[in-house]
Design a protein around this ligand. Structure first.
Ligand SMILES: [Zn+2]
Ligand SMILES: [Zn+2]
Length: 334
C-alpha cells in the first residue's frame, strides 16, 4: 500500500505491507489525514518513532476482527463495516490500573497511533482498536472530521477546570490548538481573549466572535493585562509562554498548560506559590463532544485548512508546514 514512512528520513513508499489485524481491531481505509505539529516533531526525532507517520485522519471501516467469539455480542458491532470513522490515538492495554479506571490515555503500556509503538494513518490503511473508533456524523465532511483530535484536546480543558461564565480567560498562542481552545471556551460565554503574534491567524477566531489581542499590543501595555485573568491557557508551543501565563493570571487563578515543548524552561515557581496559582497539564481529550460540536456546526474549522495535497505531494505538504505559517495541511488518500 501507499504510505508516508518515517525511517531514515521521511519518504513515500507504495509497497508497504497492509496492516494485519489483531483481535479487537478494525482495518480502516484512510480518506484523508492531517499533518500535526507532533508529526513535525517526530521527523526531528521526537520519541524515536519509526514507521508510518500520522495520527489525525478520517476513514471508512473496511474489516473488523472482533474480540469475542461469534455468538457473544462482538465488540465490533458498534462500528460496522462501511462506517465513516475517526479514532482516538491512545491505545490502552485494557488490564493495567489506568485502563481499568477508564484512563487509557495514561495506560502504562499504551501505544499511540503514529507516535509510539503503532503504525500511523498516513497510508491507504490503518489498524485501530475497535474501542478507539467514533462514527463521524453525516454533517461533518472528511476535512472537518480531521479536526476531531485537536478539537478534543481543546475540550479537555473543560474536563479539567471549572469555568464560570463570568470568568475572564486568556488563551496564549494563535496556532491551531490555541485557536481551537479559544473557540471551545467561547461556547461557555466566558470572556475569552486569544493572544497571538499573527493578525491573520487571530482573524480565524475573531471571525467567530472571539476577542483577540496582538502580543505586541499586550506587551506595550502589560500592566493593564497583568493579574487580569481567572484562567490562562498556555498553547504557544514555546518556553516563554509559561512565564507570560504566570504574569497574566489572577491570584488563585488557574493555568492550563497545553504546549509539549521539548526544551527545558528555567522556571521561577515563587509566583505560583505566593499567588496560589493552580497549574494543570493537559493532553488529548474527549472525542464525543468534539464530534457533537462539528455536527452542530458550533465551531467552524474550515478556515483553518491551509491546503490539500494528494499522497504523491505529501512531502511537499510537510516541507511547507515547517515554515509554521500554516494551520492545517491535509493529505488526500481518496
Ligand atoms: Zn495531532
Ligand atoms: Zn493499560
Amino acid at each position: 500500500m501507499k504510505a508516508v514512512l518515517f525511517k531514515n528520513g521521511l519518504r513515500l513508499v507504495d509497497d508497504y505491507p497492509e496492516p494485519s489485524l489483531k483481535q479487537g481491531e478494525a482495518l480502516v481505509r484512510v480518506n484523508m489525514a492531517g499533518v500535526c505539529g507532533t508529526d513535525l516533531e517526530i521527523i526531528k526525532g521526537y520519541r524515536g518513532f519509526e514507521g508510518v507517520i500520522g495520527h489525525e485522519f478520517c476513514g471508512v471501516v473496511e474489516a473488523v476482527k472482533a474480540k469475542s467469539p461469534a455468538g457473544n455480542r462482538p465488540e465490533g458491532s458498534l462500528v460496522p463495516v462501511g462506517t465513516r470513522v475517526v479514532a482516538e490515538i491512545n491505545c490502552g492495554c485494557s488490564w493495567c490500573e489506568y485502563c481499568r479506571h477508564g484512563i487509557k490515555n495514561h495506560c502504562l503500556n499504551r501505544t499511540v497511533i503514529g507516535i509510539a509503538g503503532r503504525e500511523g494513518c498516513m497510508a491507504e490503511y490503518v489498524a485501530v482498536p475497535l474501542e478507539n473508533l467514533y462514527p463521524v456524523p453525516d454533517e461533518a465532511t472528511d476535512e472537518e472530521a480531521i479536526f476531531t483530535e485537536p478539537l478534543a484536546a481543546a475540550f479537555e480543558i473543560m474536563e479539567q477546570v471549572c469555568l464560570k461564565p463570568s470568568d475572564r480567560v486568556a488563551v496564549l498562542g494563535d496556532g491551531r490548538l490555541g485557536i481551537l481552545s479559544a473557540l471551545v471556551l467561547n461556547l461557555t460565554r466566558a470572556d475569552v481573549n486569544l493572544v497571538g503574534k499573527h493578525s491573520q491567524k487571530l482573524a480565524v477566531a475573531s471571525d467567530q466572535k472571539v476577542k483577540t489581542i496582538l502580543l505586541e499590543n499586550l506587551f506595550a501595555q502589560k500592566e493593564a493585562y497583568e493579574k487580569n485573568y481567572d484562567l490562562v491557557v498556555e498553547a504557544t508551543g514555546s518556553l516563554d509562554g509559561f512565564e507570560l501565563a504566570c504574569a497574566l493570571v489572577k491570584p488563585r487563578g488557574k493555568i492550563v498548560l497545553k504546549s509539549t515543548t521539548s526544551g527545558k524552561a528555567e522556571l521561577s515557581l515563587t509566583q505560583l506559590v505566593v499567588n496560589e496559582i493552580t497549574a494543570v497539564g493537559s493532553r488529548c481529550g474527549p472525542f464525543a463532544p468534539a464530534l457533537r460540536a462539528l455536527e452542530e456546526k458550533a465551531i467552524d474549522v474550515r478556515p483553518m485548512i491551509s491546503g490539500r495535497y494528494k499522497f504523491e505531494q505529501a512531502l511537499k505538504a510537510f516541507e511547507l508546514c515547517k515554515s509554521g505559517d500554516f494551520l492545517k495541511m491535509l493529505i488526500d488518500f481518496r
